[in-house]
Write a protein that binds this ligand. Structure first.
Ligand code: NIG
Length: 402
C-alpha cells in the first residue's frame, strides 16, 4: 500500500456505496494525492507513512462538493434584499432591470483582479465550511468579453485557493439589456458567437429555463449547441414555475436538473429514467421565501439521485456554507441527514461528471477529505453557524488543522 499520509482513528463515512454508513477506527491511506487504501485499523498492511493525522474518533467524510454556485460576480445586492424583505418580489424587480441585470452591470464594470479578489474571499468561506470541489458558473457577463473574463477568473480560483474548480458557461442566464425584447436573437448570439469562443474555458453549459430566463425551446437550442461541441449540459429547471425544465434536462441526458421547486409528476417521471441528478438548492427557496418545494418524496421513490448545493449567488442565495445548505435541505425540503451528506458528496460529484473521482473516499479517488469536530453525520446538519472543520485534506495535502 503506497502511503504519503495516513489518517487514523476515523469514524469514517466514506460514501463509497452511496450511504452514510460509519466505520469505526478506520484508516485512510493516501499516495500521490489519491486514496490508496481504506479499511479498519486492524487490517492495515504493515508499513510506514511520512505523515500521520490522528482523527481521534472524529467523523471523517469526503471533502464536500458544492455542485452549483455563481461565485464570480461584481458588487452585491443587499439593497435589493432590503426591498424584498419589505415585500417586493424577485420577479417584479427582475422585470424592472434589477435582479440578475443589476449584477450584470456591476460585473461588466469590474476588472479581472477585482472579480478574482471578491470571488476568492467567497471561496475561502465555502472552503472553510468543508468544500474541496466547487462548480462556478459564468452568467453575469452576457457578452463575450465579460463571460470570458468570468470563466478565466473561475479557472484561476483553483490554483489560487487549492479548491478543485469546475466551470460552467451560463451565457443564457437572462436576456441582457441590449437584446431587450429579442430573446431569440440573444440565443442565436450565444450559440453562434459566445459559446464557440468560451468553450475551451468551460467544463459544462447551463441555461436558466424559466420566466426570468428562457423557454424550454430556447434552452434546447443552447444545450444542443453545447452538445455538438462535446460539452456536457445542465439546466436551471422549474425554479419559479413548471416550465418543462426537468423533462428537457432528462430528454437531453443532462448531468443535472437544478432547483426543481415547481417540478410536477411528468418531470419526476422523466428524471427517473434519465440518470440526471436532481440538484436541490434550499438556500434559494429560503431567501426567496418561496413556499414551493421540490418533490423530494417523489424523487426519492423514483430513485433519482438528489444533490444539495449552495447556489451561492448575489440574488437568491448569498449562502457560503454547504453544511448550512444541508441543514436547510433537511429542515425545509425533508431530506434525512444521511441524504443531505450523500447530496453534498457522491451525488454532487455525479452532477459534475466526477462520480467516483471526488465525493467518495475509496481507492483511486482524489484524497480530498474532512475531519470534523463531530462524531455523527447528523451533527453536520444540526449545529448552526458553528465551524466544524477540524482538518481538510486536499489532494493528499493537509491544508488546515485547528
Ligand atoms: O440559481 N436562477 C437563476 N440564477 C440564480 C439567481 C441569480 C441572481 O438572482 O443573481 C439562482 O437562483
Amino acid at each position: 500500500v503506497g502511503r504519503d499520509l495516513l489518517v487514523t482513528g476515523c469514524r469514517l463515512a466514506s460514501m463509497a456505496d452511496g450511504t452514510a454508513t460509519v466505520m469505526d477506527d478506520a484508516v485512510v491511506a493516501v499516495a500521490a494525492g489519491t486514496v490508496s487504501w481504506v479499511g479498519p485499523a486492524f487490517a492495515l498492511p504493515a508499513g510506514t507513512a511520512s505523515r500521520v493525522v490522528d482523527a481521534a474518533g472524529r467523523l471523517v467524510t469526503p471533502g464536500l462538493v458544492d455542485c452549483h454556485t455563481h461565485l464570480v460576480f461584481g458588487g452585491h445586492r443587499a439593497e435589493e434584499y432590503r426591498r424584498r424583505l419589505a415585500g417586493a418580489t424577485y420577479e417584479e424587480l427582475a422585470r424592472h432591470g434589477d435582479g440578475i441585470l443589476a449584477t450584470v452591470r456591476a460585473t461588466r464594470a469590474a476588472s479581472e483582479d477585482e472579480l478574482m479578489e471578491a470571488a476568492g474571499a467567497r471561496l475561502a468561506a465555502l472552503a472553510a465550511s468543508g468544500v474541496t470541489t466547487v462548480e462556478v458558473k459564468s452568467g453575469y457577463g452576457l457578452d463575450l468579453d465579460t463571460e470570458l473574463r468570468m470563466l478565466r477568473v473561475a479557472r484561476q480560483l483553483g490554483p489560487a485557493t487549492g479548491v478543485r474548480v469546475v466551470t460552467t458557461f451560463l451565457g443564457a442566464h437572462t436576456v441582457p439589456e441590449e437584446f431587450a425584447g429579442r430573446p431569440d436573437d440573444y440565443v442565436g448570439y450565444v450559440c453562434s458567437t459566445v459559446l464557440p469562443a468560451v468553450a475551451g474555458f468551460a467544463d459544462a453549459v447551463d441555461v436558466f429555463c424559466d420566466r426570468v430566463g428562457f423557454t424550454a425551446d430556447q434552452a434546447a437550442l443552447v444545450l444542443a449547441a453545447a452538445q455538438e461541441r462535446g460539452l456536457p449540459v445542465k439546466l436551471h429547471a422549474d425554479q419559479l414555475s413548471d416550465s418543462g425544465g426537468a423533462a428537457l434536462a432528462a430528454r437531453v441526458g443532462a448531468l443535472s436538473a437544478d432547483h426543481l421547486e415547481h417540478t410536477g409528476p411528468e418531470g419526476v417521471a422523466a428524471l427517473e429514467a434519465s440518470g440526471t441528478v436532481a440538484v436541490l438548492l434550499p438556500g434559494a427557496a429560503y431567501v426567496l421565501a418561496d413556499p414551493a418545494r421540490p418533490p423530494v418524496a417523489a424523487l426519492r421513490a423514483a430513485g433519482v439521485p438528489m444533490a444539495v448545493a449552495t447556489a451561492a449567488n448575489p440574488g437568491t442565495s448569498p449562502l457560503l456554507s454547504l453544511p448550512l445548505a444541508m441543514h436547510l435541505a433537511c429542515r425545509l425540503f425533508g431530506l434525512t441527514p444521511e441524504e443531505a451528506l450523500a447530496g453534498a458528496t457522491c451525488h454532487a460529484a455525479r452532477a459534475l461528471g466526477l462520480a467516483e473521482r471526488v465525493g467518495v473516499i475509496a481507492p483511486g479517488a482524489a484524497a480530498d477529505l474532512v475531519v470534523w469536530d463531530a462524531t455523527e453525520p447528523t451533527e453536520l446538519v444540526y449545529w448552526l453557524g458553528r465551524p466544524l472543520c477540524r482538518a481538510v485534506v486536499r489532494g493528499g495535502q493537509v491544508t488546515s488543522l485547528v
